[in-house]
Design a protein around this ligand. Structure first.
Ligand code: ZN
Ligand code: ZN
Ligand code: FE
Length: 752
């Protein structure tokens, strides 16, 4: 540790996220408290402090700068050196010294405890002010157009400070000193409630909104990164009506509650879950349901083992729940037809016409669209509001690259120095609006990071919008493009996050991605080392009878399994009520329109189809989620040791599928499927570890969202002395792909 300073003047250099987070006033207050003279300023590298005074007070300053930084700050390093005494009088915040200042935009957070206390304090001048915020909380990323992060560059620009707010903003002792988004009832934005025709509804907007919600109406409510559709989650008819209007048959709705305690009625919570729910980022947290949940919240997450809960993230939401603490609201993204989230007032009235009965609007624009983040345990399912634009640290400085992700759950990634920035969840690039959002996001991310990329990285699939965009981008800027195999990128994302450059065994358990050989991969055993990978093995392929449609109809995968088992003649009988069944049997027999895939996702579908869990999926991953839910409910069960064969590093799970075919009890079958799959994967990986001498396994792909599989894999590998790395900072699914693409590119640029 550092020696105590005897010098009576020191310079302290602080790096990290230290600008726009109240760091200078924090130092100012410390210096005043410790009776030190000097100054503090922002510069291109972070914050610099000059302090003079008693040696003990200087030591104390250094310690507290390190230990007591403001809540939104993240201190990476604190360097201290003695300097000449300058006999400075007083302590001041001085102007920035040029350079590239304030390159960081913070992430959006929920109102802090101090702001919430003021919000409900009748004596406070911001009592019930729906836009209350301070230096330590509130909107950031979603209200900032461009850098530097100053009020004129945010959507608060049209709201000049009143004299009171101006005084707070310029007073270093005030907790709103340089709070760029602060405002009050005199100078800030205003709420308004409109009916379905866009006409104003008289009265207090919060009280009227509550009245509508209680009456079973659907209200579009403007949030931080976009609109939500809200309704009373306890009213079956209302939730059913929302499903019908949104044309969303079964996909689960997230539910918002006023506090943690009512959540205990609906879900099992660990201490970590509570911490996540209450974290300033306020994600949706997926939690195991309690037995009564489906009856209490009918239609919110039908048939699924989990429900997504969240706590209020904006003062508006706090006001609603303050006045109705027992209320339970469906809070689902307002993204009609799978298009990007609605963010504008006029856009809401137009695009949500026929869905919302009323609109709770305000005149502070949402500049950047940002969905709710979804977390589950220690991992991410979707990473967006609250977490973007925070960096992921890389083990070393790398060249600037942009990676444009895949097709589904698209995100993009830009590297700068030893940092990687992954965009918010953009969505599936299957419609023009989503592709437009994707292109906006590329431009915005490059702008706020001030990066000129040297390489553009994309998936191998030539028909993705992202791939075509990358080709045009490369041509326009005369920079090289690089295609990266989908599952290589999945594994590389885990390596990047964990800073691993040594070889790993990668196990990609995924829906589908284009393989280097032109076939559909998705259950891969790879040897990955930096920019290089080798396909060591894969799951024994199953046919996709009918092509892509087989990915949405698990019964087709069950038929493919039956065919492979030599029981093709059973297909028509077993699926007698499926008109396509006899034709499917013929197609499989003759190999017509039945391409093969090694996808692990389709193996889950086959199991779900054989066990009769699900014939058709109404959203991606549904069959696998139901299967996991059944297995969890059934409880632990041993693996069947003769459920698999490994030949030439190809893992054949056909014996297991044969057992499932004869299984009477779907829950027992589901539990047994999970246990056997995990044991087989461990066996497969252990054999590869023995052959290659690599003891470290990286696992990724959409199937790793399955907690049962991930836990069994971890335990099984540990028992064989193998280490497992998984995605933690990003989702394991295609939402993390871009980071892996970028990591492959920077390693190939480095010649690794
Ligand atoms: Zn605050
Ligand atoms: Zn004001
Ligand atoms: Fe994938």
């Amino acid at each position: 540790m550092l020696q105590p300073f005897v010098a009576d003047a020191i310079r302290i250099r602080v790096t990290g996220v230290v600008q726009g987070v109240g760091f200078r006033p924090f130092v100012w207050r410390l210096a005043h408290e410790l009776e030190l003279a000097g100054w503090v300023k922002n510069d291109a590298a972070g914050v610099e402090i000059h302090a003079e005074g008693a040696a003990a007070a200087l030591n104390e300053l250094e310690r507290r700068v390190r230990d007591e930084a403001p809540p939104l700050a993240r201190v990476d390093s604190v360097w201290v050196r003695p300097v000449a005494y300058e006999a400075t009088a007083g302590f001041a915040i001085i102007a920035s010294s040029g350079g590239r200042v304030s390159t960081a935009i913070g992430h959006d957070t929920a109102p802090c405890a101090a702001c919430r206390a003021e919000l409900f304090d009748p004596a406070n001048r911001r009592y019930r002010h729906p836009f209350i915020t301070c230096t330590h909380c509130g909107p950031r990323y979603t209200v900032t157009r461009r850098l530097p992060y100053d009020r004129p560059q945010t959507s608060l620009a049209p709201f000049p400070f009143c004299p009171d707010c101006q005084r707070e903003y310029t007073d270093p002792a005030d907790r709103r000193f340089h709070a760029e988004t602060t405002c009050c009832p005199n100078c800030g934005p205003r709420l308004s409630l409109r009916d379905a025709a866009g006409q104003p509804i008289e009265g207090d907007p919060i009280a009227q909104t509550l009245a509508l919600l209680k009456a079973g109406r659907i209200v579009a409510i403007k949030g931080l990164g976009g609109f939500h559709l809200a309704c009373d989650a306890r009213k079956a008819a209302t939730v059913a009506c929302l499903r019908e209007r949104k044309q969303r048959e079964e996909k689960p709705f997230a539910v918002m509650l006023g506090a943690v305690s009512p959540a205990l009625t609906f879900a099992q919570l660990t201490g970590d879950d509570v911490a996540l729910l209450e974290s300033p980022e306020r994600p949706i947290v997926l939690l195991p349901k309690l037995p009564a949940t489906d009856a209490l919240l009918p239609g919110c997450a039908p048939g699924l083992p989990e429900i997504g809960l969240m706590l209020p993230a904006t003062p508006i939401q706090y006001l609603l729940f303050h006045d109705a603490p027992d209320m339970v609201l469906v809070m689902t993204s307002a993204n009609p037809h799978g298009e990007p989230l609605v963010i504008g007032n006029a856009e809401a009235l137009q695009r949500l016409a026929g869905i919302a009965d009323a609109f709770l609007l305000h005149d502070r624009d949402i500049v950047v669209r940002c969905d709710d983040s979804v977390r589950r345990g220690t991992g991410f399912v979707r990473r967006a509001r609250g977490y973007v634009p925070r960096k992921i640290s890389l083990p070393r400085a790398v060249p600037p690259v942009i990676a444009v992700g895949g097709w589904f759950k698209n995100t993009i990634c830009v590297t700068r120095g030893d940092e990687a920035f992954v965009s918010q969840h953009i969505g599936d690039l299957d419609n023009a609006a989503a592709c437009g959002f994707f292109e906006e996001s590329v431009a915005h991310l490059l702008h706020i990071l001030d990066v000129e990329p040297a390489i553009v990285v994309h998936d191998l699939h030539p028909d993705f919008h992202s791939t075509r965009f990358a080709a045009a981008f490369a041509a326009e800027r005369a920079i090289p493009g690089l295609g990266v195999q989908h599952h290589h990128a999945h594994i590389a994302a885990v390596c990047a996050e964990h800073g691993v450059r040594e070889p790993v065994l990668g196990v990609a358990l995924d829906g589908v991605g284009l393989g280097s050989d032109g076939t559909a991969w998705g259950g891969e055993l790879l040897r990955v080392e930096g920019a290089r990978f080798e396909r060591l093995g894969h799951l024994r392929p199953l046919a996709l009878p009918g092509g892509d449609i087989a990915a949405r109809e698990p019964w087709r995968m069950a038929a493919a399994a039956l065919h492979l088992l030599g029981r093709g003649d059973e297909i028509a009988r077993r699926f007698a009520d499926e008109p396509a069944a006899p034709m499917l049997a013929t197609m499989l027999e003759r190999g017509i329109n039945s391409p093969f895939t090694s996808s692990a996702g389709r193996l889950f579908d086959a199991a779900a189809g054989l066990l009769g869990v699900r014939r058709r999926a109404s959203f991606e991953g549904q069959a696998a989620m139901l299967l996991e839910g059944l297995a969890v409910r059934h409880g632990a069960i041993g693996a069947c040791p003769d459920g698999w064969r490994i030949r030439d590093q190809i893992l054949d799970l056909l014996p297991m599928l044969a057992h499932l075919e004869d299984c009477e009890d779907a829950a027992a079958g589901a539990a047994w499927f999970h246990a056997t799959l995990a044991a087989a994967l461990v066996d497969w990986l252990a054999e590869a570890a023995g052959r290659t001498g690599i003891r470290r396994v990286a696992a990724a792909g959409g199937c790793l969202l399955n907690r049962l599989l991930s836990a069994a894999l971890r335990a099984g590998l540990a028992a064989r002395g193998l280490e497992l790395l998984e995605a933690r900072a990003l989702p394991p699914n295609d939402g993390g792909l871009a980071l892996g693409q970028a990591w492959v590119a920077v390693n190939s640029a480095a010649g690794a």
